[in-house]
Write a new protein. Structure first.
Lengths: 207, 364
């Protein structure tokens, strides 16, 4: 019994020494410091723009069709005299209900123009249900690439993280085909330009 | 007792009060920090530098919270219990000397001022008496709340306190025996804390301090275990086991009344460590005290005292972070089948040795 006791006490003492002098604590002071999130973190969506300020969304509603939670509502409309998107149509109404969204990123996969991507933002708490429905104005990034934030004054608003959009489309050689290594299959976005490719993944590394 | 002594005693009592309040604030913070370190967490960080003011903030919050009184509560006992818990917790510390006595020159000549509020010649007895009274606070709180979980906590407290009070008393008697055996107290009884500390000054062979822990290691272990059980701390915190009986005796207490129990728990923890240091680890004793002398030696001895107390408190916290709560029957087994026989056996042994030393062998 005493041996077990000593063993248990040794574990806690070792952890303490390790925390104080070694690797440090696992937890962080969250609102003051942020954890570095994975490149493909599935956070809040944004609607991207081209570098000339044109919206990438063409109102095709493929994202709404792909959505398993049916949380996206899109209504396309013909471009007006001053075109909003380079295509024939644009997303006239674009709403995502974040209460229903399961953050699966199937909309990102479905999008033919890389208009909708996911960011690393996850602080989306609201005080009522209506605020949880993100409309077109809230989803669209500004012409300088800064995404809109619901509460920019909020201490939790970390606008810097919004720039790091989802890397799924930038994945190079996803199946390990050497011909695509380092190739960015991605149109340039406003404020960011052509995003850097992800570190190449080869079939050897995968296994 | 003249006016000077009265004023000095008043100052010392106020000093003990202030000391224990501040110590509690730091102790709660220290416990949370140490446990956090052992669990790879940060612990409180927001209130003050490294969260050191967290306890102050919590205390203020509790101070302004509503104090709910259950309809079925026995009001007199319900209100008395938290006060009793705090009074016993604070008065227990009065007999513990925290430093070397020093002399001041007054109009009547040199006066010696001891650094315990009351220099009782039955200090050891006082410790036992008051720490037994402290149990009443918990039992009364559990019974008077008029609710089932506090009642269970109170019943557990009764059984646990009786079991471990006996073991602790026997361990303390061993100390008194040993002091009587080895120390010529010059008329003082060996129950006096001052003479117990004085007996532990000096060294064996020039470098081993003459602390009671070396000859009385077994009573020290018994005392340490019983002290953890007495203060109802993990792994013996069955009295307030949150997972089983909500909060035990303090389930129905809120606001400042709960804060008083909380305060009493941490004051008890500090006091038990201080008593352990005083009785077994040489009290305020340490090297170089006689070489320096005067007020600096007193300050240094206070430093020694708190350093030793801190070590024991760390062990308390370490135990809490490491060990799961004991089962009730294991608790009783440990108390009655292990600790009390061990302490009793040691007591008989030391009685025989003391008698042989005093009266000689029966055949001689």
């Amino acid at each position: 019994m005493l041996g077990d006791l000593a063993k248990g006490m040794a574990v806690t003492f070792r952890r303490m020494i390790d925390t104080v002098f070694g690797r440090g604590p696992i937890t962080i002071e969250y609102p003051h410091t942020f954890r570095e999130k994975p490149q493909r973190f599935h956070g809040r969506h944004v609607l991207n723009r081209y570098e000339d300020g044109m919206e990438k969304c063409i109102g095709c509603e493929l994202c709404a069709g792909a959505c398993p939670a049916r949380c996206i509502y899109v209504r396309g409309a013909d471009n007006p005299e001053e075109p909003i998107s380079p295509g024939e149509r644009y997303g006239f109404v674009y709403e995502i209900n974040m209460l229903r969204c399961i953050f699966c990123a199937l909309c990102v996969e479905a999008c033919p123009t890389e208009a909708i991507t996911m960011t690393q933002l996850f602080e989306m708490s609201t005080t009522n249900r209506a605020d949880a429905i993100y409309t077109r104005d809230e989803l669209l990034i500004d012409s300088d690439g800064t995404p809109h934030h619901m509460f920019p004054e909020d201490p939790l608003a970390n606008l810097q993280e919004l720039v790091n959009a989802d890397g799924w489309m930038r994945a190079t050689a996803p199946q390990g085909r050497a011909a695509y290594t380092g190739v960015v299959a991605w149109t340039p976005s406003a404020g960011v330009g052509v995003r850097d490719p992800e570190p190449p993944q080869s079939a050897d590394e995968e296994s | 007792m003249d006016a000077f002594e009265i004023w000095v005693t008043v100052a010392k009592v106020v000093g003990v009060f202030g000391l224990l309040l501040n110590v509690t604030i730091l102790l709660v913070w220290m416990e949370r920090k140490v446990v956090a370190d052992m669990q790879d967490r940060l612990g409180p960080m927001r209130a003050g530098p490294y969260g050191i003011l967290q306890t102050v903030a919590d205390g203020l919050k509790l101070f302004f919270k509503e104090q709910i009184t259950p309809r079925k509560a026995e009001l007199a006992a319900y209100l008395l219990a938290p006060a009793l818990a705090v009074v016993t917790a604070f008065s227990l510390f009065l007999v513990v000397p925290i430093g070397r006595p020093f002399t001041v020159s007054t109009a009547d000549g040199l006066r010696e001022i001891t650094l315990n509020a009351m220099d009782l010649n039955v200090g050891l007895l006082f410790i036992l008496a008051v720490s037994s009274t402290a149990v009443y606070a918990i039992v009364l709180a559990g019974w008077s709340s008029g609710s089932k979980y506090p009642l269970l906590g109170g019943v557990r407290a009764t059984a646990q306190a009786i079991s471990y009070e006996a073991a602790m008393g026997l361990a303390l008697v061993s100390v008194a025996m040993y002091t009587a055996l080895t120390y010529d107290s010059g008329g003082e009884t060996s129950l006096s804390i001052t003479s117990i500390v004085a007996q532990q000054q000096g060294t064996w062979l020039g470098f081993i301090p003459q602390w009671n822990i070396f000859p009385l290691f077994i009573p020290f272990v018994v005392f340490a275990i019983a002290a953890v059980a007495e203060t109802n701390r993990a792994p013996f915190d069955l009295v307030e086991a949150e997972q089983e009986i909500v909060g035990g005796f303090h389930t129905e207490y809120s606001g400042m009344r709960f804060a008083l129990f909380f305060l009493a728990e941490y004051v008890n923890m500090f006091t038990m460590s201080a008593i352990g240091v005083t009785l077994f680890l040489g009290g305020w004793g340490g090297p170089f005290l006689d070489d320096i002398g005067g007020i600096p030696a007193t300050l240094l001895s206070i430093g020694y005292f708190f350093a030793k107390v801190l070590v024991l408190i760390f062990v308390y916290i370490w135990l809490r972070a490491s060990l799961p709560r004991m089962r009730y029957d294991q608790l009783m087994d440990l108390g009655w089948k292990r600790l009390i026989p061990i302490a009793l056996g040691w007591l008989i042994l030391s009685t025989v040795v003391l008698a042989a030393r005093t009266f000689g062998m029966p055949w001689s």
